[in-house]
Ligand binder design. Sequence first.
Ligand code: ACO
Length: 427
Amino acid sequence: MSDTLSIKDNRTGKEYEVPISDGTIPASALRKIKVDAEDFGLMAYDPGLKNTASCRSKITLIDGDKGILRYRGYPIEQLAEQSTFVEVAYLLLHGELPNKPQLDKWTHEITVHTYVHQFLIKGMEGFKWDAHAMGKMTSMLATLSTFYNDSKKVRDPEVRREHIIKIIAKMPTLAAWCFRHALGRPYIYPDNSLSYVGNFLNMLFRMSEPKYEPNPVLERALDVLFILHADHEQNCSATAARNVGSAETDPYCSLAAANAALYGPLHGGANEAVLRMLREIGDVKNVGSFIEDCKSGGRRLMGFGHRVYKNYDPRARIIKGLAHEVFQVTGKNPLLDIALELEKIALDDEYFVSRKLYPNVDFYSGLIYQSMGFPVEFFPVLFAIPRACGWLAQWQEMLEDPEQKIARPRQVYVGADLRDYKPLDAR
Ligand code: ACO
């Protein structure tokens, strides 16, 4: 048995042998398959890149059929139970869990870079009071690039490392300032004596108290949510980070592009859409008719379905458990009953079962965020903070991979044939 694929082109009768490695064939091998010398050669047509591997990656493994998610080989369930977000960030970026001195150094480096330049406040003040938090975050990330001209040296590993640390450190500060801007509250500066998440809660919620003390249950819950959202291999936003970064764009602008991708309701905006949907349903008694609407194609059951998971999203399972812990502190979110009923009916319904539509990460996370006092517009930002670490790991891996080139897909041109320009009065 040889690791090759034999292809017969029935247009010409010619036969070709294409190598198979890691369950893939090199798309460029198809180019040899031509009708004649003039022919450009065969291409793969794959809108949405549903069946195209565009990189080799060692970061995250998803087995969508089995509902498995691992970072660098470690099951997400073990990391959520035993690790912290800062440690997971190290793991994703370095490939191994840190030992004690490595973790101490990493934590220290991230902690001392939490402050941002005062001029950013001027940028923030330029936004309208009701500007969406994700639009502000995207702009702030791109703005940071203008403060760090040396970040353009993306081929220098030391420069890369410096800016990776800066971005992970500053994401909570930018996010918290976007939050306070919308409320018209003064910005709170980082308290570097607190944990990564504790400091974030401080910058979000501190009022007149001299020292903010985060609630330990909520602090841990948000840390676990950050672990669960830290990476998810080649999704829309990671692909945006890789594609933009492949032009050797600096990491701030590459991440601004990734953040813009995450903003969409079919991606990281889904948790926001779930909450709006639950509010609209309003009562458990309306769940049945809402499900029927979804089945007739009138709308989508937000927080259900996934391009990769054709089983229960393992993150959704952990978040569902976490929700109960959070509600013991915050009180039960009244929308929980609607969510549970939606899940129960959908998991039992032929339409959802046959299409393998299960709850995804966004189905329950919004309920926790809302109970912790976040407005829905802010949910995607809570996703973006930890995911920045995954984007950076993907971006770094892309730059270190000698097989990678600037992203430049092909197209099948289906437009007009050659025609002559007509002056305006002749049209
Ligand atoms: N509600 C109702 N029907 C659905 C849903 C849904 N949430 N998702 C998919 N379907 C149906 C489609 O209508 C389609 O049915 P058909 O075969 O009869 O035409 C079938 O299931 C396959 O759907 P596709 O859109 O082809 O699946 P795709 O892989 O392209 O989409 C996606 C995945 C975008 C996540 C989709 O399931 C969806 O829109 N879900 C709701 C939004 C959401 O929760 N997004 C968050 C994803 S997780 C994340 O990004 C962090």
